[in-house]
Design a protein around this ligand. Structure first.
Ligand SMILES: Cc1cc2nc3c(=O)[nH]c(=O)nc-3n(C[C@H](O)[C@H](O)[C@H](O)COP(=O)(O)OP(=O)(O)OC[C@H]3O[C@@H](n4cnc5c(N)ncnc54)[C@H](O)[C@@H]3O)c2cc1C
Length: 417
């Protein structure tokens, strides 16, 4: 058999890479190795519709079995790659098999970060990264009365929103930060979202460090904070971020930083190996060239398209604007661009009406736009950021201006031949 493309990781990045390679005319064999036993599925609904019981696992398929069969993409599910040998162009699987490759893709994503405190091994303590985590959590939620979520990032808050909608239990979110969404959103947006969560009945305890999780008879009973106070719990969910899965790359000697180092086409320090999605890090023009590792579906998909283009000799194109979404408490939150390094923010629309956007500038340059229930404005923002349109804070704040019509038309006129 010819040594074709071997993809490690059967999720958003790995599956789209395989599909795009076929679309681009790749004729060599393609095999995807996935550690999880389930067919490739969409991860975002795990903390949204699946917990709420609105969707079931069979609704989450990334692609049908028929797709993989017709595209001649082999799936090796339920086995993990345990070693990569770049010199011998071979990968060893957990069951001892060895697979040779012509090109290798690392799409191994990330794993829930282990708790830095005692008690995380007690019964009744859960994480939420995989479909099996989510199904187990759903079962435990049904029997829980006192739920504590550790971590006020997007996943912890989506989960607490789902629990608030279900009703019937006390929900507390604890975070060591002074505000929610400290890593992922501006302070203004975080304040707005926190108010909504409090209004929905969730208790937010901020600026609090967890000392340990206590238990009795092997089951969790409470969360003890560093100040000695205790919060009763029969279910604790740890939503404290992720650890990128770059171990295989490090051991194989590939250049790594906060993840596997890649260029715009996903190329690693080994020309036969690409990396993409949550496990990869690269320099971004949206962060003034700094290294950025993003954890979102758009980044996994963009990485897949760029790597497929690079591997099939097609133009890779400009780095697209990073963007991210979250759904919680009836709010569609969308962020275009990166909010790091911003020094001025203007608002468009009304917070009271729950539909507004925050336009963030670094000096004179638009850097990021956060929208709340304003999907059309989010799309315009993405295009403005992509094109690097010069727009002033006063123009961004002026709701009499149709930003799409004024700026994008001008941009299109300038770029016309
Ligand atoms: C609950 C939840 C909600 C989310 N909501 C959103 C959202 O609303 N919007 C958004 O943009 N993003 C969201 N995300 C983030 C998004 O899902 C990730 O950014 C995306 O899944 C990354 O895709 P990936 O393919 O790079 O990695 P992953 O999805 O992490 O997939 C990596 C796969 O590789 C497998 N793997 C790891 N190591 C090995 C190995 N050695 N051998 C074989 N297989 C291996 C893993 O088992 C996994 O299946 C959410 C994530 C979670 C967990």
């Amino acid at each position: 058999m010819r040594d074709g493309m071997l993809i490690l990781g059967a999720s958003h990045a790995g599956v789209l890479l395989a599909a795009t390679l076929r679309e681009n005319g790749w004729e060599e064999p393609i095999t995807i190795v996935g550690e999880e036993p389930s067919p490739p599925y969409q991860r975002p609904p795990l903390s949204k519709g699946l917990i709420a019981g609105e969707v079931e696992p069979e609704d989450l398929a990334l692609r049908s079995f028929g797709f993989f069969r017709d595209a001649e993409i082999s799936l090796e599910l339920g086995s993990a790659a345990v070693a990569v040998d770049p010199a011998g162009r071979e990968v060893t699987l957990s069951d001892g098999r060895r697979l040779r490759y012509g090109c290798l893709a690392l799409a191994t994503g990330a794993t829930a970060r282990p708790a830095p405190f005692e008690g995380a091994d007690l019964d009744g303590v859960a994480v939420l990264r995989t479909l099996s985590d989510a199904l187990m959590l759903r079962e435990r939620i049904a029997a829980a009365g006192e739920v504590v979520i550790v971590g006020a990032g997007y996943i912890g808050l989506e989960l607490s929103a789902g629990l608030a909608a279900l009703g019937g239990r006390h929900v507390t979110v604890v975070d060591c930060g002074r505000r929610i969404l400290a890593r992922a959103a501006s302070a203004t947006l975080a304040t707005f979202v926190a108010e909504r969560h409090r209004h929905a009945g969730t208790r937010l305890i901020l600026g609090a460090r967890i000392a340990r999780l206590n238990g009795a008879g092997g089951r969790v009973t409470d969360v003890e904070l560093a100040d000695g106070s205790r919060i009763a719990a029969d279910l604790v969910v740890l939503a404290i971020g992720v650890r990128r899965n770059d171990h295989l790359a490090r051991v194989a000697g590939l250049a790594c930083d906060d993840g596997v180092l890649v260029n715009r086409a996903g190329r690693t320090s080994d020309p036969r190996i690409v990396a993409l999605g949550d496990c990869a890090v690269r320099h971004s023009r949206f962060a003034d060239g700094a290294l950025v590792r993003l954890e979102c579906v758009q980044n996994a998909q963009d990485g897949a398209r760029a790597a497929a283009a690079g591997l099939t000799g097609k133009p890779v194109g400009m780095e697209p604007t990073p963007w991210f979404w979250s759904d919680q408490l009836g709010l569609r939150l969308q962020t275009a661009g990166l909010t790091s390094g911003v020094d001025r923010t203007v608002q468009r629309g009304s917070r009271e009406q729950g539909r507004f956007s925050l336009w963030h500038f670094a000096g004179p340059r638009l850097r990021a736009v956060e929208t709340v229930n304003a999907p059309a404005e989010h799309l315009v923002a993405r295009k403005l950021l992509q094109a690097g349109c010069p727009i002033s804070p006063a123009e961004a704040a002026d709701t009499r201006i149709d930003l799409g019509a004024r700026f994008l038309r001008r941009e299109m006129a300038l770029s016309a031949p």
